[in-house]
Design a binder for this molecule. Structure first.
Ligand code: PMV
Length: 332
């Protein structure tokens, strides 16, 4: 409304981890077994409008104009956290739009829950710091903790049992080192095994789980230093290492988790061939078949063309690095 009461809208963008999060030490609170470092993207976004309606019993949720029961449950769980804080019990109307494919390894849950917490908190008049919003977003979807912030972001493992210190913080602004990202879309199918189920299977069956945990702190130190020094080669090496290590860990589960298709692997080879020719580019892949190539701004056109040329690549998206969750005008 004109007064802003009970109604607000926010935008947040997906993030891509360079040092990966994989594994939960507490599934109820979404506490990770490792810290992680990511970049927040710019041109892919989620825009979410939240209106609380006193007297309304349930939440009414629409995603890209459609209702989706599984997602609506997660939205209600997230709104419950905010309702508890505000001491209210009425439902909300939530309308969310993504300008990119959902649930295909493009971190729609990260941007989605960051935007939802940001808008929902303001709609209820809760004055939460960004760190508090990051903690709440984490409880809804782990990596959403990082999309509250822009640029280069680190999400801490934390020490406390209640998870209040497992929070993201910004390391460096997007403008301070404006790398670009080309996303090779190799499949439009929704993913088969979600990250929560995959992480659980890995923790229960992969013999590499302890090695993964034991080596993460060193990887975080290397990546953090590379970012602060804007050392592209060092960031490239640690990022590909962390990506391949996460996938090796998951592949060694029983039954093995194989998130790549053949085109994903061809894209990895193409990126490495470019780098060998002196092009500043590296790859990373999450719990799905899309390949993300991170590069210097001067290399983006060459990287996009090289990926578009790989047989099986359906499309190549292109984005810079962007800001964290923020307010946008609410609908009428
Ligand atoms: O936040 P979730 O549950 O969607 O898990 C994200 C897992 C990875 O994308 C594979 C890694 C990461 O750090 O984002």
């Amino acid at each position: 409304d004109a007064s802003g009461a009970l109604h607000a809208a926010s935008q947040a963008q997906p993030n891509i981890a360079l040092v990966k999060y994989w594994g939960k030490r507490d599934t109820a609170l979404n506490l990770p077994v490792v810290g992680s470092i990511s970049i927040t993207l710019d041109s892919l976004w989620t825009r979410t409008d939240v209106r609380f309606v006193p007297g309304q019993k349930h939440d009414v949720v629409s995603l890209n104009g459609r209702s989706d029961e599984a997602e609506a449950k997660r939205v209600t769980a997230c709104m419950d956290l905010l309702r508890q804080r505000a001491g209210v019990d009425y439902g909300a109307e939530v309308a969310s739009q993504n300008n990119f494919p959902t649930a295909a390894g493009l971190a729609s849950s990260a941007s989605g829950f960051a935007a939802l917490v940001h808008a929902g908190a303001r709609a209820l008049g809760l004055e939460l710091s960004l760190a508090e919003q990051s903690v709440l977003a984490r409880r809804c979807s782990g990596s959403a903790a990082r999309s509250i912030f822009g640029g280069y972001v680190e999400w801490a493992h934390g020490q406390l049992a209640d998870g209040t210190d497992s929070v993201a913080r910004p390391l460096l602004d997007a403008d301070a080192w404006p790398l670009r990202v080309a996303v090779a879309i190799t499949s439009r199918a929704a993913k088969q095994i979600g990250s929560t189920e995959g992480m659980c299977r890995t923790a229960q069956t992969s013999p590499y789980q302890s090695a993964w945990i034991d080596t993460q702190e060193a990887d975080l130190d290397v990546a953090r230093n590379a970012i602060l020094a804007r050392d592209f080669d060092a960031l490239a090496a640690i990022s590909e290492y962390s990506c391949l290590k996460m996938h090796a860990l998951a592949m060694a589960s029983q039954p093995g988790l194989l998130y790549w298709n053949g085109t994903t692997v061809e894209c990895m080879h193409r990126v490495r061939a470019l780098r060998q020719q002196g092009v500043p580019v590296f790859f990373t892949v999450d719990a799905g078949p899309q390949l993300k190539a991170v590069c210097a701004p001067s290399a983006i056109e060459q990287v996009k063309a090289a990926l578009a040329d790989v047989p099986g690549v359906l499309d190549v998206l292109d984005t810079g690095l962007g800001a964290g969750a923020r307010a946008i005008p609410a609908s009428e």
